[in-house]
Design a protein around this ligand. Structure first.
Ligand code: CUA
Length: 315
């Protein structure tokens, strides 16, 4: 008993030391402050209940142990205690009412639209196996890395192109599912410049684990410059690395999918477009919602950076 308890305590200490332990991530958007308030209120109640219940359990195990009594000796015979039963019914009702009140007071600030809706920036987030595609108001697109200005309300329209994913940036907003055929909304307002990390939070297939996302919060000027230059500069690279490389390797050397680096398809934009838009064999239609500009950026990048010339073995 005691050794097992010691091991459990040591494991709990190690578990709570990593990632801030029982604490939710630090809030960098107003809605997350409200989520965290609800979390700590519930945590306070459940902590007290845990200590009271486990304390009573240990006390009773000790106090009513057999000691010197015979194994078949009956204990004292008692009937119900009305007062005690009323108390242990009323207290949980009061606790649940308190938790419910806090949650329903906080909820509109967590899931509702931001107050200063007039100044909001609307961005579409689309989940794909296995990457995130972002579309900005001017039509610019980016992969896995969402750029936003600091201090501005950002409203996200969350969609899915294939299966259910879950968009989640713990420091900016709670989870919201990306569901095929359905439009969901969430929002955040980054309170300082920096990079915020997230992870698809719904098991969505073989490479669910690599379906990470970052939100880069910058000045308005840097945000504007990103969305105006994105289509030409880094889009092709981020498309190859964030979409193709998951299965075909960072250098196109092959992985779950076949090697690409010596495949002359990489130099033929029309054929490349057809295969990434429509899929082929086991290859899913990864680019089924891409614009022509996106396809063009990918074709340029694969031709100049991934293609290593035809294989001498004719493969
Ligand atoms: Cu997408 Cu998990």
């Amino acid at each position: 008993m005691l050794p097992a308890l010691a091991v459990a305590l040591a494991a709990a200490a190690a578990a709570s030391a990593a990632n801030g332990g029982f604490s939710p991530q630090h809030a960098h958007s107003p809605n997350v402050h409200h989520t965290n308030t609800a979390y700590w209120v519930i945590f306070a109640f459940t902590s007290v209940i845990f200590v009271v219940v486990e304390g009573a359990l240990v006390t009773f195990i000790w106090k009513y142990r057999t000691g010197g009594r015979g194994r078949d000796a009956d204990g004292q015979q008692v009937h119900g205690n009305t007062r005690l039963e009323l108390i242990w019914t009323v207290i949980p009702v009061v606790i649940l009412a308190a938790i419910g009140t806090v949650v329903f007071v906080e909820l509109p600030n967590i899931s509702g639209a931001p107050a200063s809706a007039a100044n909001k920036l609307e961005i579409t987030v689309e989940g794909h196996q296995f990457y995130w595609l972002f579309e900005y108001p001017n039509g610019a697109r980016s992969i896995n890395e969402l750029h936003v200005p600091v201090g501005q309300d950002v409203e996200l329209t969350v969609l899915s192109a294939d299966v259910v994913h879950s968009w989640w940036i713990p420091q900016l907003q709670g989870k919201i599912q990306a569901i095929p055929g359905r439009t969901n909304h969430t929002w955040f307002r980054a309170d300082r410049a920096g990079t915020y990390y997230g992870q698809c939070a719904e098991l969505c297939g073989l490479y669910h684990d690599v379906m990470k996302a970052t939100v880069v919060a910058t000045s308005q000027a840097d945000y504007k410059s990103f969305v105006s230059s994105q289509a030409t500069q880094t889009l092709g690279k981020s498309e190859f690395e964030g979409v193709c490389a998951t299965c075909h390797g960072m250098q196109g050397q092959g992985g779950y999918g076949p090697a690409l680096a010596t495949n002359s398809l990489l130099t033929q934009p029309a054929s490349l477009a057809a295969i990434v838009r429509n899929g082929f064999g086991k290859m899913p239609p990864v680019a089924n919602t891409w614009t022509d500009a996106q396809i063009k950026a990918l074709a340029q990048y694969t031709k100049t950076h991934v293609y290593k010339g035809a294989s001498s073995s004719g493969g």
